[in-house]
Design a protein around this ligand. Structure first.
Ligand SMILES: [Zn+2]
Ligand SMILES: [Zn+2]
Length: 202
């Protein structure tokens, strides 16, 4: 929560804040990469008083943790997220909309709009959106990461030259199994064939 009382409501007033906060839960892309809950998030924020509310501009810095999408090794990444959001005065909003506003439109607008409550605003949803946008959707430990061997799952970067023979042991075993099944079918057919031959002889 940030307080705008010191800033005041005179348009043009400005205030700069630097604050370190604990990361809220789920700050990041679920299951991919994110800032661990409680990790420090460094905020540099500029509050600017305008006619309809307070314009908040800032940067958040934190360390995100996740894993490489190719080799699944843990990785951490410095994330710097810029944000800018308008927090409107609730009374200014009433004045602008008038009484004829369609209530359906109002409901849709409210989802995208933020308001000051008693001069306070909650930066968390803004911070969350900004951090998600700043994070990589497909983080890799390094751009050249070769990932895992598709056959045995070994890390290819740690095992240069790693390869498998065209037919490895497991395939050989499967092929042996297939041949056994085929032999069995042949035996059944072989047993039936003489019976047919006998009928034809009669
Ligand atoms: Zn990797
Ligand atoms: Zn392998």
């Amino acid at each position: 929560m940030f307080d705008t009382h010191e800033l005041g409501r005179r348009p043009g007033a400005m205030q700069r804040l630097t604050r370190t906060v604990d990361a809220p839960a789920d700050l990041g892309i679920a299951g991919v990469i994110g800032v661990p809950e409680g990790a420090p998030v460094e905020l540099k924020v500029r509050l600017e008083s305008v006619m309809e509310g307070v314009l908040v501009t800032g940067t958040a810095r934190a360390t995100a943790e996740g894993e490489c999408v190719r080799c699944l090794e843990p990785l951490s990444r410095e994330v710097e997220a810029d944000f800018q959001e308008m927090f409107s005065y609730p009374d200014a909003d009433d004045r602008n909309r008038g009484k004829t506003a369609d209530p359906v439109d109002d409901a849709e607008d409210d989802e995208d709009r933020y308001f000051l409550e008693d001069g306070l605003f909650d930066l968390e949803p803004v911070l969350r959106d900004a951090v998600v946008l700043a994070l990589p959707m497909q983080p890799v430990c390094k751009e050249t990461c070769a990932g895992l061997c598709s056959e045995c799952g070994i890390r290819l970067d740690e095992n240069p030259g790693h390869h498998h023979d065209a037919v490895d042991a497991r395939w050989a075993a499967l092929q042996g199994l297939a041949e056994t099944v085929q032999d069995g079918e042949k035996d059944n057919m072989g047993g039936a064939a003489p019976g047919v031959d006998k009928k034809q002889e009669k």
